[in-house]
Write a protein that binds this ligand. Structure first.
Ligand SMILES: [Fe+2]
Length: 203
């Protein structure tokens, strides 16, 4: 079943006030979806589809999941979207957005090595090996440009480092983020930041 951005927005907005911290991921998701649609428009792609993916990418955060398996918000979001009967591509973004370069190790935070014993680890590792569509790549980039407002990737990286710390994979993750930004600069034929004049007010 297809999902539209209007329905996706309803899905996340109904979580408002239900759990502490929901406001942040909901507003972040709206920012990601809206920024993604700006890039899609500039590339003559399907704006509503990418906006939908942006709105739901973090929906797994609506669940309580402390100490609950590996990649909890990714897996819970994936299962939730599937349980509602939506197509695989909508569920898939809940997992795919967390990893760059089709690599389970290309993440912005840290992971306990014992996670490898969890069955979800192999599932996710294989799942993200599939080629990412341009839409999924836009979401990856916008997730790395948006807090609850659009930032440069540099500024967003600083936000992540200051909140979560520096880990063994941080250098690798930053390099891949920069490559992804460059990939879209090349596709557009100009600097992607030109699409977001508000960025300079958010520095
Ligand atoms: Fe996100």
């Amino acid at each position: 079943m297809k999902l539209t951005s209007k329905e996706a927005l309803k899905l996340i907005e109904k979580e408002q006030g239900k759990k502490q911290g929901n406001e942040r991921w909901i507003n972040h998701s709206i920012c990601v979806g809206n920024a993604a649609s700006v890039i899609a428009k500039a590339l003559n792609l399907d704006e509503d589809f990418v906006k939908t993916l942006g709105y739901i990418h973090d929906i797994g955060k609506k669940f309580e999941y402390k100490e609950d398996g590996v990649f909890p918000h990714a897996i819970k979001g994936y299962e939730y979207i599937k349980s509602l009967g939506y197509d695989e591509v909508y569920a898939g973004i809940c997992i795919k957005h967390s990893f760059l370069n089709n690599d389970i190790d290309c993440i912005s935070n840290d992971r306990d090595e014992t996670d490898k014993q969890n069955p979800n680890y192999e599932f996710v590792k294989e799942y993200i090996k599939k080629e990412y569509s341009v839409y999924e790549k836009i979401i990856n980039l916008c997730d790395l440009m948006c807090t609850t407002k659009v930032l440069t990737v540099d500024k967003r990286m600083m936000d992540l480092l200051l909140r979560h710390g520096v880990f063994a994979k941080t250098h690798y993750h930053i390099e891949e983020t920069m490559k992804l930004k460059k990939y879209f600069d090349n596709l557009l034929g100009y600097n992607l930041y030109d699409l977001f004049p508000e960025i300079k007010n958010n520095l």
